[in-house]
Ligand binder design. Structure first.
Ligand code: TYM
Length: 337
């Protein structure tokens, strides 16, 4: 029997090449080796206020992007988190075994609450859900007894917390969950912002030249990459390059999947103008067919809805079995058999 794989993407902001190279591309590569579940995590999205009409549309958009990236609904289940109530149910049970201090230490909680405090004009307080965010993420993974969790580097702390919560549950109630492992891509696990290469590329950043969105027009992709921050060298020097040049090279290598030696042969000594042109061409070469497939998918909303419904139906029994087991372990009421 194949081990299970689980990963999630939030239906917020515009998905960018960091999400693609750090996560989606890896999902597609791994899907046939595991029993894979890919989840659109709308319950996570609402930890920060979302405009309801936009959120509803985003759920379908992410499903379309998954399919365009090459996730095959015959091999993998694509689900929306709020369609499977057991995510929220297990999250509550795990909340009760998670020390609150673990949650206050999470860097994403600190960063996001800081942003709300300083900048948000749609939200005047920090919701409790933001603190509980990683517990819900642990519930997502543990609910399906997933062994493999492909994510980008920014999710490392949440992933570790999932293991800590599982271990704590075990020490209180006995062996219950499969211990999840990590799966990071070798290149592309952390794509940086084009304008600020010391910060990860982020869906919520506002700078016009920060991220290449997966649905950007090719001409805009080119413009953004041509304006990317580099450093004071005139040309690529692998020993002294700054983070902006390293990031452009990582984008190229993650798309092309070539070796480190090939990268050196192709790029050592190349002037930055030519480097950017080459990276832009490589990105567009991959994104254009992707966008075409996306448009085809979005033209048929009934097809998308059918895939999400089938996905939810397929995973329900797995989720129900875990919730039943957890209830039994914790002594919650279950009808006698
Ligand atoms: P989200 O929606 O922020 O990001 C989706 C995936 O994209 C990866 N990623 C990146 N990879 C490389 N470079 C970047 N700049 C970059 N930015 C984002 C993320 O690591 C992620 O893999 N909490 C998760 C969603 C989630 C989840 C889960 C993931 C909820 N439950 C259970 C795995 C398992 C999140 O916010 O991802």
């Amino acid at each position: 029997m194949k081990s299970r794989l689980f990963s999630g993407v939030q239906p917020t902001g515009n998905l960018h090449i960091g999400n693609y190279l750090g996560a989606l591309k890896n999902f597609v590569r791994l899907q046939s080796s595991y029993e894979s579940i890919f989840c659109i995590v709308d319950l996570h999205a609402i930890t920060i206020y979302q405009e309801p009409v936009q959120l509803r549309a985003k759920n379908r958009e992410i499903a379309g992007l998954f399919l365009a990236a090459g996730i095959d609904p015959k091999l993998s289940s694509i689900i929306v988190q709020s369609q499977v109530a057991a995510h929220a149910e297990l999250a509550w049970m795990l909340t009760c075994v998670t020390p609150i201090g673990w949650l206050y230490r999470m860097t994403q909680f600190k960063a996001k609450s800081e942003t709300i405090r300083e900048k948000s004009d749609t939200q005047d307080s920090i919701g409790d859900g933001l603190l509980q965010y990683p517990v819900l993420m642990a519930a997502d993974i543990l609910l399906y007894q997933a062994k493999v969790v492909p994510v980008g580097d920014d999710q490392a702390q949440h992933r570790e917390l999932t293991r800590d919560i599982a271990q704590r549950f075990t020490s209180l109630y006995g062996e219950t969950f499969v211990m999840p492992e990590t799966s990071l891509p070798s290149v592309g696990a952390r794509i940086m912002g084009l304008d600020e290469p010391d910060k990860k590329m982020s869906k919520s950043a506002t700078g016009a030249g920060h991220a290449v969105a997966l649905l950007d027009e090719p001409s805009l992709i080119k413009k953004k990459i041509m304006r990317a921050t580099t450093d004071s060298n005139p040309a690529v020097d692998f020993d002294t390059m700054g983070p902006g040049v390293a990031n452009l090279l990582a984008i190229y290598q993650a798309f092309d999947e070539c070796s480190d030696d090939t990268m050196r042969e192709r790029f050592a000594g190349m002037r930055y103008g030519d480097l950017k042109k080459t990276v832009a061409e490589k990105t567009i070469e991959h994104i254009e067919p992707f966008q075409k497939r996306y448009r085809e998918m979005m033209a048929d909303p009934a097809y998308l809805d059918g895939i999400l419904k089938a996905g939810a139906e397929r995973v329900q029994p797995i989720a129900a079995a875990t919730v039943q087991l957890v209830k039994e372990r914790m002594g919650l009421y279950t009808a006698s058999r």
